[in-house]
Design a protein around this ligand. Structure first.
Ligand SMILES: *Cc1c(COP(=O)(O)O)cnc(C)c1O
Length: 387
């Protein structure tokens, strides 16, 4: 059996080596390392794929979030609501900009922002909501948009984990994750669903004025060379990364489907295990069969995350490692309990779901190259230990 990895970037690369190497060589021969043609070609290709008017490439997904918030003109003291159960980057940039993060609980089935908790957290100072499309599935955007509209709030989608996923509205309209709110952000970190071979990120919007503002912010606040209208940052996607991404973008849908195939295998294998809750796929698409169907494309499984309900999650983590099966706890500490983000305003009773999830969740190997022999071994090892 091929060695099991959490993410197998090497096997994926070997299959596209010729194309990627040729693109990188082209960049090397052109010496257009910054702002070269590949950056613009990738930007245009991604705009078309996402069906969004503007893609603004930048250096990484964390910058993308920060720049989005700067572009919307959020100011110190403005409250920004986001989920307690996510990667720290989301709350980090809120803090860096001296905005006030307001963390709220998540839903136990999708792990995404809880709509009732979100409603309760709104105050006159609230300016924006940052739904995170955790593990590859959109938050309940229909509800988020309705709340944002009622209270006149911006919606910034942290789409670092769900690029390629569709979101289907109740009326059947479909939009790509990240293109639903005022602005969306993503990361091209190597292990993300569309990963480059270094750091990269992008911001998406359909708003022409905002796009213009963002393009200046990523480039030192310049709208005309050497004229700095606003305080900006230096955040660029370099040409080599753009070349890699341009080669990989046409494969994104097949990558998502490969991930879904692995998820289906896992789901079937764990279906009758009383101590395991498999991921909930929550789509409003009329034709969604619920069992990770490809038609509605609503989950792209950045992670495949189980809940272990018999109290043996930590033992399972070690048992899998002992059997050569990498696995991870995303996330072991809720943001509200992190030293950097503690706040007297929070009550533990506001985070009952997150507090439970951190004890129950475990993420299994998930990538585009898992084969049936590996999946069988992983699921058998889990089922033999947890029952
Ligand atoms: C990875 C990630 C980010 C940050 O992306 P980087 O490119 O590593 O800066 C932000 N939010 C979420 C939810 C992520 O998973």
């Amino acid at each position: 059996m091929k060695k099991i990895q959490m993410v197998d970037l090497q096997s994926q690369y070997q299959k596209i080596k010729e194309t990627v190497d040729a693109s990188i060589e082209e960049v090397l021969n052109s010496s257009a390392y910054i702002n070269g043609p590949y950056v613009h070609e990738f930007q245009a290709a991604l705009e078309e794929y996402l069906n969004v008017k503007h893609v603004i490439p930048c250096a990484n997904g964390t910058d993308a979030l920060q720049i989005a918030m700067m572009g919307l003109g959020l100011e110190p003291g403005d409250e920004v609501i986001t989920a307690d159960f996510t990667f720290a980057a989301t709350v980090e940039v809120i803090g860096l900009l001296q905005l006030t993060p307001v963390l709220v609980d998540v839903e136990p089935d999708t792990f995404n922002i809880d709509i009732e908790a979100l409603k309760k957290a709104i105050t006159p100072k609230t300016k924006a909501i940052v739904p995170v499309h955790l593990f590859g599935q959109c938050a309940n955007m229909e509800a988020v948009l309705a709340i944002a509209k009622e209270h006149n709030l911006y919606v910034i989608e942290d789409n670092a984990q769900a690029i390629g996923a569709d979101y289907t509205f109740a009326d059947g309209t479909k939009k790509k994750a990240g293109t639903i709110g005022n602005v969306g952000t993503t990361s091209f970190f190597p292990s993300k669903n569309l990963g480059c071979y270094g750091d990269g990120g992008a911001i998406f919007t359909n708003d022409d004025d905002l796009a213009h503002t963002l393009r200046g912010i990523v480039n030192h606040g310049m709208y005309k060379r050497y004229y700095h209208d606003v305080v900006g940052v230096n955040s660029r996607l370099d040409s080599i990364q753009a070349a890699v991404l341009k080669a990989k973008l046409p494969l994104l849908d097949s990558y998502c489907e490969a991930r879904r195939n692995a998820a289906r295998f896992y789901n079937n294998a764990f279906a009758n295990n009383p101590s395991i809750i498999t991921p909930t796929v929550s789509s409003k698409a009329a034709n969604c069969s619920g069992n990770i169907c490809s038609t509605c494309n609503c989950h792209v499984f950045h992670q495949y995350t189980l809940r272990i309900t018999n109290g043996k999650r930590n033992e399972l983590h070690q048992h899998l490692l002992d059997n050569g099966i990498p696995n991870a706890i995303y996330y072991p500490v809720p943001l509200h309990a992190q030293k950097a983000y503690r706040d007297d305003r929070y009550n533990e009773s506001d985070f009952t779901v997150t507090n439970q999830l951190i004890d129950e969740v475990i993420s299994l190997p998930m990538h585009t190259e898992l084969d049936e022999e590996q999946l069988s071994f992983i699921t058998k090892t889990v089922n033999d230990f947890i029952n």
